[in-house]
Design a protein around this ligand. Structure first.
Ligand SMILES: Cc1cc2nc3c(=O)[nH]c(=O)nc-3n(C[C@H](O)[C@H](O)[C@H](O)COP(=O)(O)OP(=O)(O)OC[C@H]3O[C@@H](n4cnc5c(N)ncnc54)[C@H](O)[C@@H]3O)c2cc1C
Length: 418
């Protein structure tokens, strides 16, 4: 290690806060929003993000979040938590030309052979936009927070423990191409892993002599093929968002049209049980025409495409049971897709990341050590609370996926579910 990036002495010692420094790994939806909650309890929060962010402001799809090329719909529950964390966020998104979905008719939802009313947000309108606009809007709020900093272009390579071996001490990080310096260390009283589906936290824990979490894995062999379209000026349907969800055990095809900023539609074709949608021009509309109802095909067949077609196939359900670890690295928390990566068919990922913020807020507010810098029990309390709050979401995804014959479950998960 060449440099100690941040010494405790460099941090403004503020007696109002029990914890001096927190590190958050990843600046996706989970990382940004967890940082916001931590900043109420910690003097300084540093987010480490391996992607560079372009110098000019703007909505960019980053390489670290390939799922941003696919439609994202934030559930009403997630929208409400977001609004509580960042008051005024809903109106800010609408001002950035996101689409308000306030009425039940705004969403046409087809599954199990009939049309259904989608849940709405009661008096709070849900808004629909690209994942990139949502992340960028949260990011801009975080950038103005006086106790949060973001370090771009650095990748976390591992964790280190304090001398007692029980409590997290911080993270080691290395610059990616273009960032300055060699391998470095960054201290943290609390470290949150929000590095997404490909989180390496299980390996990091193993390297420190801790047992990695049990991993449950259920794969309905889901694929997405998505592209942007211009919403035609003469579009005259009642709905703004259309979702045709594949119905097990025989229905393997579906699709979604999500309205987004700038009068665009994000359209995805969805295939389950290995019936992956095509990513070539010639077959895209043919697949769209084969869906159980014609609405999506009829809507896009003459619309103007604005992007190439992007494919995605790593969309299995994977749950890491950090709530069941026999021994916890004190002060080390895991959130977002790094814990729960669900089949996107059920549009729950971002809402789970926001539920984790609610869990963290609850746990920090009640934690006895919050006045004396004692993290003992905090990580376990958080993971258990998160597990309780998100159990029904995991069940919804996996019990439906289970009904396709092609769904695979690894031996470990099958034993645990039995
Ligand atoms: C096709 C598809 C469609 C989806 N549709 C929906 C939807 O409609 N609604 C919904 O709620 N969810 C949806 N999701 C799920 C949603 O994208 C995720 O749940 C959500 O983005 C998770 O956010 P996250 O912050 O946990 O992880 P990510 O968004 O993956 O962010 C992780 C961040 O960590 C960074 N990172 C990774 N490793 C390191 C490291 N070692 N050091 C530093 N930085 C690191 C990455 O660059 C990235 O910025 C969909 C997912 C897919 C794949």
């Amino acid at each position: 290690m060449q440099t100690m990036l941040t010494q405790q002495s460099e941090i403004e010692n503020n007696n109002t806060f029990a914890f001096q420094q927190a590190v958050v790994i990843g600046s996706g939806i989970a990382g940004l929003t967890m940082a916001r909650v931590l900043a109420d309890y910690v003097a300084k929060v540093t987010i480490i993000e391996r992607d560079h962010r372009p110098a000019e402001e703007g909505i960019q799809d980053r390489t670290g979040v390939p799922q941003a090329h696919h439609p994202h719909n934030l559930q009403p529950q997630g929208q409400q938590i977001l609004e509580r964390l960042f008051p005024g966020m809903t109106e800010e998104l609408v001002a950035a030309r996101a689409v308000r979905l306030g009425e039940p008719d705004d969403v046409a939802f087809h599954f199990e052979g009939s049309w259904h009313t989608a849940p709405t947000n009661g008096r709070h309108a849900a808004v629909s936009c690209s994942r990139s606009l949502l992340e960028q809007t949260i990011y801009q709020r975080i950038c103005t927070h006086p106790r949060i900093e973001i370090l771009h272009g650095y990748e976390v390579a591992g964790l280190y423990a304090q001398k007692d071996g029980h409590r997290v001490g911080g993270v080691s990080l290395r610059p990616r191409t273009g960032a300055a310096g060699g391998q470095m260390m960054l201290d943290g009283d609390l470290v949150v892993d929000a590095s997404g589906r490909r989180s390496r936290a299980p390996q990091w824990l193993t390297e420190l002599g801790f047992q990695p979490p049990e991993e449950w894995h259920i794969d309905a062999l889901v694929g997405y093929a998505s592209r942007l379209y211009k919403r035609p000026d003469n579009f005259d349907q009642d709905w703004q968002m259309l979702y045709i969800r594949p119905t097990p055990p025989d229905g393997t095809r579906g699709g979604i049209i999500v309205p987004m900023e700038d009068n665009q539609w994000h359209v995805a074709l969805i295939g389950v049980a290995g019936d992956y949608p095509p990513t070539n021009e010639a077959d895209f509309l043919t697949f769209a025409r084969s869906l159980p109802v014609p609405h999506l095909y009829e809507t896009i067949k003459n619309a103007e495409p604005l992007s190439r077609i992007h494919g995605f196939r790593r969309a299995d359900n994977r749950l890491r049971r950090y709530d069941r670890l026999p021994r916890t690295l004190e002060g080390f928390l895991v959130s977002g897709d790094a814990v729960y990566a669900l089949n996107p068919l059920y549009a729950q990922g971002m809402t789970l990341a926001l539920l984790a913020c609610q869990a963290l807020g609850n746990v920090l507010a009640k934690h006895p050590g919050r006045t004396n810098d004692d993290v003992a029990g905090l990580a376990q309390a958080f993971q258990k609370r998160l597990s309780k709050m998100t159990e029904s979401h995991w069940r919804l995804a996996t019990q439906t996926d289970w009904q396709w014959d092609a769904t695979s479950v690894d031996d470990n998960t099958e034993t645990l579910l039995a």
